[in-house]
Write a new protein. Sequence first.
Length: 366
Amino acid sequence: MATIRFESVGKQYPNGFVALENLSLEIVDKEFVVLLGPSGCGKSTTLNLIAGLEDVTAGSLYFDSTLMNVVPAHRRDVAMVFQSYALYPHKSVYENIAFGLRMRGHPAAEIEKRVRQAARMLDIEPLLERRPHQLSGGQRQRVALGRALVRQPAAFLMDEPLSNLDAALRIAMRAEIKKLHQTMRTTFVYVTHDQAEALTLADRIVVMREGVIQQIGTPEEIYDRPRNTFVASFLGNPPINYLDGKLAGDGAGARFERGALSLVLPPALAQRLAGWGGTGVRLGLRAEDVDARDAARAGDTLRGRVASVLPVGSDQYLGVEVEGVTLFLRVGRELRAHEHENVAFSVNMNRAQLFDPSSGASLLWQ
């Protein structure tokens, strides 16, 4: 199997609920694609359609050129890793990993070889005789990965596999999964609502909302050039800041204005928005796109009053009141800011996002 292709796929349940609407997506061979979005957006449904656990109710699903709409799950060359691990509690780690191979009638020698190979790859060889209740959460997740790995499938499907782990273990397991993909060079389709997982793991991210794809792109494209305010808000910690205002002037010298705040658009952005002068817009400003060390330059200075100071280790988040809106900005710990203090920052307007305040669509994609 080289590609998984959705052509105008829909999924509607008997009660009338539409989980997916007109989904068109191509996942190429050996790609790591992450389906990202909030609960109920349709990402797990999409994964279940690939696995054959749900039926397509509109459109077509292909593996290469083979139509898969009515092909049963057991005839699809995919392996799935679930959030809940789904291990057999009465079986050893070895038997849990080997179970699927035994059910498919593989010879004992082949099973032994594959199980040992997977256990070495996942660093669980010393655990093969233990039962699941004797394992930590991270070890259980490795066993679940091993059970999928021995199948040697054309595609791995992972449904929020790390959500039951603590923060430190999630980071470690992300590294393990990324290494696994790089080693195997097999197609991975991964479902999560965790933006850090998506940005860390994906070759491409598919951002979904209410059964509809909002944007497809590399992590850099999704983060740096969001197509709408939903995508912009879903990625970034803290979330992107918004200021409603208007574009003043046109061409060279065009600027964003809100009250006393005036930020000059860089020439390339001003040229792109030629003819939009006088239009109401929404400015999107990410927390990291400010600098307190160079705040005296004309045209890009943001001034406000500190409402809160939140240390986060090497950095700190400042809540800064600017023209009636509290912006959350990330700055270095060396900045000695205090509540109620007036502060000034230069803004990297080359990274600024501008949106239509009515539709939420990015003006940079016009």
